[in-house]
Design a protein around this ligand. Sequence first.
Ligand code: NAD
Length: 301
Amino acid sequence: MTARLIDGKAHAASVRARVRDRVADIHARTGLTPGLAVVLVGHDPASEVYVRSKGKQAVEAGMRSFEHRMPTDTPAADLLDLIRRLNEDPLVHGILVQLPLPAHLDARAVINAISPAKDVDGFHISNVGMVGTGQDAIVPCTPLGCMMMLRHHHADFRGLTALVIGHSNIVGKPMARLLLNADCTVIVAHKSSINIPELARIADIVIVAAGVPGLVRAEWIKPGATVIDVGINRIERDGKPALVGDVDFDNVRHVAGAITPVPGGVGPMTIACLLANTLTAFCHQNDLQEEPLLLDEQDQT
Ligand code: NAD
């Protein structure tokens, strides 16, 4: 058996195209344009790449992009002051502070200073609480992208068992909450869990976000299960730098029913979902009663 490849690039292209069409349509009707502000503190090389890419894709989707770069030693008061101004700026509908922040800054305080209505990362305590209680809210981009790809393969989650490996606030926990909201039976494992292989063997869906290359092995996987690999690990392979996930892809693909590759799986969906969240936030802030863009629509892939 060889698993069906879940093509994150194609799913992401489909989401971006739908966002772009919707932005153009709203602009034609109302003259309004969504705006995304991205704040980068310091010079983390990976963050620089992500921030550039987010700005570029926002512009390609027909949005305004505002980039704010601050030095590594920025005092907390200056960053909070910028967030206050962005909260009040009518041209800005989404605010994202790129993580990780330099060690002297308290990421929780910074995120909670963002207006929940503009919190397009979905990390504000208010959005987290709303998602946790099954209410409509801005959902963190990576789990939202995973959910969209999963929905393409599973029209109904009821009766399915999902194992989420990793319990971070940005991936594992919101992923588990979304699956629970969809009436999936959810197991969450993490680095202190002692029986992950047995838990995986009963799972119809395995989602891993641990940051451990090759963690999920073929013998763990129930034949035909759907495997979503969130991990992004930079390793050296045959003397060359390589990007790999948390799944032993070459072997798991012979047992799973469907699987995301790394790269080209979850990664591209994350920024596409950021654009979708920005559009959603913009619609709410302007009282535009748009049809939901995402989870209810089938991708064209
Ligand atoms: P994190 O370090 O905050 O959390 C890691 C989680 O994995 C923790 O819950 C930890 O308990 C668990 N864990 C660690 N080692 C484990 C093990 N051996 N067995 C079981 N669980 C283990 O990480 P994060 O921010 O959630 O990111 C996880 C991975 O996903 C990283 O590789 C990161 O780069 C990647 N990521 C990718 C995207 C994307 O867009 N594709 C987005 C966010 C994170």
